[in-house]
Write a protein that binds this ligand. Sequence first.
Ligand SMILES: C[S@@+](CC[C@H](N)C(=O)[O-])C[C@H]1O[C@@H](n2cnc3c(N)ncnc32)[C@H](O)[C@@H]1O
Length: 309
Amino acid sequence: MSENNEGTKLTNVIRDLCIDNLDKEAIWEKVAEDYNSRDDLSIWDDLSPVARNHHLQTHIREKLLKQGKTPCNTEELVNLYTYMYMLMHIDAFNVAKCKTDNYTFNSIYKVNHEEVLLVDFGCGSGTIPLALAEGNKSEEGFNINYLGIDIQPRMLNLAKNFLESSLFSESLNVTIDEDIIRADNNIEPKKIIFVFSYLFSQPGVNKDLVKFVERIKSIMKSYATAEEFYFMYINIDYKGEIYKEGEKNKQAWTEFLKLLRSKNMVSGSLGDYIKKLDYSFRKFNNLDGNNIDKFGGTRPVYTKIFRLY
Ligand SMILES: C[S@@+](CC[C@H](N)C(=O)[O-])C[C@H]1O[C@@H](n2cnc3c(N)ncnc32)[C@H](O)[C@@H]1O
């Protein structure tokens, strides 16, 4: 495990706009209270700083965020989610974007990326734009053509703050309208990539599958200049949420793919197979927002990118 206490341009922005706003005292108090209420003789005050920090991370991940499944409907939960998962999902995307099978995200996006509209379903606080901005080598802020959709308005608020930060081009026009955030660079898109990153395992996602397909179709229609359309799946597994319909267990991703097929939106030769990749990831190691760890171990990420018609 290596440690970087300096932070980078990206992690400093996340610290300033998100981690610094957390109610750290209240979180520490709650963790200590929880610890002392266990049927165990050891007490919080006797723990080492490392052990305390371990309990803090576990408390945030398991109790407050329920492994990313808690609806982030308060500013505090949005900030906690971003603190815990943003760097991890950026690192998963960074691996996914260059290694999927038929196409790669990079090969579609990198040439004239200003002319590619990214439509990010379940965008959260803006993981995908932040990942792309971090990879931006120019002195100028990153110029993105972006539309994010999320059911949690507070997620969109933080995404807006990020898109208006120094990481992005000052000329972007960033607006929120209902469940959509738009960062408009005033360039008519030639291609559209629909990204679904860690959305398909969200509780209740199955209820919106038909709506997702309709929205994709309507967005495809509304950009008359766009000639190529792609879909990108990124998730912890290859099935998505498991839910019951009648007596049957169904898988959100499998059902969604069936819907796309039934509407002839994918090539007849598209298979179900989804590639599994491994990624190593960074995370904030404590609530000061400077202390970033790169973990030696890896996590799986399942990803697929294909054309839509
Ligand atoms: C696990 S987070 C992933 C966020 C981001 N895409 C990432 O990769 O870090 C899932 C996001 O999907 C949103 N979400 C959950 N169900 C949704 C739905 N039915 N429609 C749109 N967004 C949804 C949640 O509010 C949350 O922001």
